[in-house]
Ligand binder design. Structure first.
Ligand code: PRP
Ligand code: URA
Length: 208
């Protein structure tokens, strides 16, 4: 299974706060953005560097800078939007695509309704972001939407995953690495992650 749990103490602390039923919308949004930024730090660990010459106030020296690899960040609407700004704080040059997929509450199957991506899909490395990986249906659909448009290099970043979702994505897309802050216990009868954090979209946007 291609899953990496990012267990940095700051992320784990903020994740506990975000799970709390008493955490309100404003704080939830702030925490989600902060966690997304910290996770992006880990996800970008292997970005390629090249040497360049810099002149400091004292002397010239060889220093390392990013090669300028093209990156794309793709939130799954709606809840993925809550992680975009955190990621962009670290990689501001990334282009942002949007994929609209919601989960039918009865069947728990993904329903696709929107897709807008950068034009040069095949040249970019993509990070799909969505706080919740439950059955995995939405993530599998989003990855397929990217792949049919030419994407070849995709990572999935979520906040909380269920074992069922990790299994589904790994089985369908073994090439996609999954990064998460936690793999929780299981899904309940309504497809919610337990213990989870509830409905991420509703908690971000204050809906019910
Ligand atoms: C949530 C969540 C994921 C999906 C995960 O979105 O943000 O996209 O459910 O569930 P899955 O792994 O079983 O597919 P939701 O369908 O509630 O849509 P919303 O973000 O628009 O509220
Ligand atoms: N979507 C959510 O927002 N939360 C869950 O626990 C499962 C799917």
């Amino acid at each position: 299974m291609q899953v990496k749990v990012i267990d940095h103490p700051l992320i784990q602390h903020k994740l506990s706060l975000i799970r709390d039923i008493n955490t309100g919308t404003k704080e939830f949004r702030e925490l989600l953005e902060e966690i997304a930024m910290l996770m992006a730090y880990e996800l970008t660990r292997n970005l390629p560097l090249e040497e360049t010459e810099i002149e400091t106030p004292l002397t010239k020296c060889k220093c390392k800078v990013l090669t300028g690899k093209k990156l794309g960040v793709v939130p799954i609407l709606r809840a993925g939007l809550g992680m975009v700004n955190g990621v962009l704080k670290l990689i501001p040059a990334a282009k942002v695509g949007h994929i609209g997929v919601y989960r039918d509450p009865e069947t728990l199957k993904p329903v696709e309704y929107y897709c807008k991506l950068p034009t040069d899909v095949a040249e970019r490395e993509f990070i799909i972001i969505d706080p919740m990986l439950a059955t995995g249906g939405s993530a599998v659909a989003a990855i397929e939407m990217l792949k049919v448009r030419g994407a070849r290099n995709i990572k999935l970043m979520c906040l909380v995953a269920a074992p069922e979702g990790v299994k589904a994505v790994s089985a369908r897309h073994p090439d996609v690495e999954i990064y998460t802050a936690a793999v929780d216990s299981h899904l309940n009868d309504h497809g919610y992650i337990v213990p989870g954090l509830g409905d991420a979209g509703d908690r971000i946007f204050g809906t019910k």
